[in-house]
Design a protein around this ligand. Structure first.
Ligand code: ADP
Ligand code: MG
Length: 332
């Protein structure tokens, strides 16, 4: 993690003091920052570079020009991400605080999720208990219900890296014994250990609307842009696009419960083929002690035919989801 001194200064971002780099991607760096106006205590700022410069320096004769040519981050894409986020208001969705830009950068200022990615918690705990999984996936599902049924938005990039959380305050209860001795040491130091007994993991929030799309006009409750001449495959496409999020939800639930994803292969070709066929198993011994009800729910999400796949309402009505959480500790 970078120290304060090494953090860059961005023009036009004087309202905030950068504190720490939280993530970086091909085009964006995400920072934790302090709001000097005092309206928010802390925020997350996604700084997106407008141009990607590189060694080919725009030389079209360079053999790598195609591959490495400066790529422009499409203005329209950033504006769409911001525009969609602006319309959303749900406790399980990261809210947009502010948006601005300078000559070289876009600045997307977001509500801070101090817990970071759910992904790291899965890695840390190896897998989640059924209760903790339900507690997490239920919150993701509540956000999806809002997106699909109210806002008319499909996210299209649901995955553990894009699920962030706001941790419940640390409760120094008896920290759950973990398989690795390391975690026990951390628990002694008073580090936050998620578990239902300690109030769950906290509030889960869906982030990253970079690939999201408005499919349904929430005002008129009709498909976007449809005026009666739209082909059936387009209308169906719109219906199917929600089911994309449901598939991803199934992948996340599977991963929470056992600690590894339902589809994996080192070869991208083989992996693609497995996904296309919906080829996954409840691998023994990891799935031996996971309830049949949980497996049933996963299988209704990891259904290849989008018409037969559960939608969000069916998901929320499944007995495994409706079951109430017993106070319990984190993953065994
Ligand atoms: P990208 O399009 O590059 O994936 P994201 O919006 O997913 O951009 O942000 C990248 C990473 O930055 C996230 O996976 C997360 O680790 C971190 N991050 C993004 N937004 C926040 C936030 N509001 N609070 C805390 N961390 C965040
Ligand atoms: Mg992301």
């Amino acid at each position: 993690r970078e120290s304060k001194g090494k953090l860059p200064k961005y023009p036009g971002l004087e309202r905030y003091t950068l504190l720490e780099k939280m993530g970086d991607g091909a085009f964006s760096n995400v920072y934790r920052a302090k709001d000097n106006n005092g309206q928010y205590e802390q925020v997350a700022i996604k700084v997106v570079r407008k141009f990607e410069m590189n060694s080919t320096q725009g030389n079209v004769m360079h053999p790598d020009y195609e591959k490495k040519a400066p790529k422009t981050v499409e203005r329209a894409n950033i504006l769409k991400e911001v525009q969609i986020m602006r319309q959303l208001d749900h406790p399980n969705i990261v809210s947009l605080v502010d948006f601005s830009e300078s000559r070289q950068y876009y600045y997307i200022v977001l509500e801070l999720c101090p817990g970071g990615e759910l992904f790291h918690q899965i890695v840390r705990l190896t897998y989640f208990s059924e209760d903790l999984s339900r507690h997490v996936i239920g919150q993701v599902a509540n956000a999806l219900e809002y997106l699909h049924e109210e806002a008319g938005v499909v996210h299209r990039d649901i995955k553990p890296e894009n699920l962030l959380f706001y941790p419940t305050p640390f409760v120094p209860s008896k920290a759950p014994k973990s398989h690795s001795g390391e975690d026990e040491d951390k628990a002694d130091e008073g580090e936050y250990i998620p578990g239902i007994g300690a109030g769950g993991i906290g509030t889960i929030k869906i982030a990253d609307f970079g690939l999201s799309k408005v499919i349904w006009d929430s005002q008129t409750m009709t498909p976007c842009g449809t005026v009666g001449y739209t082909a059936p495959e387009i209308v169906k496409d719109e219906r199917y696009s929600k089911s994309v999020d449901m598939w991803a939800l199934g992948c996340v639930l599977y991963t929470l419960l056992c600690g590894f994803p339902p589809f994996y292969d080192e070869s991208i070709q083989v992996l693609t083929e497995k996904v296309a066929r919906g080829q996954y198993t409840f691998l023994s011994p990891w799935w031996d002690d996971i309830s049949k009800s949980a497996q049933d729910l996963v299988s209704h999400l990891l259904t290849v035919d989008p018409e037969k796949r559960y939608d969000i309402k069916q998901f929320l009505n499944h007995p495994w989801i409706r079951q109430s959480n017993e106070p319990t500790q984190a993953a065994a």
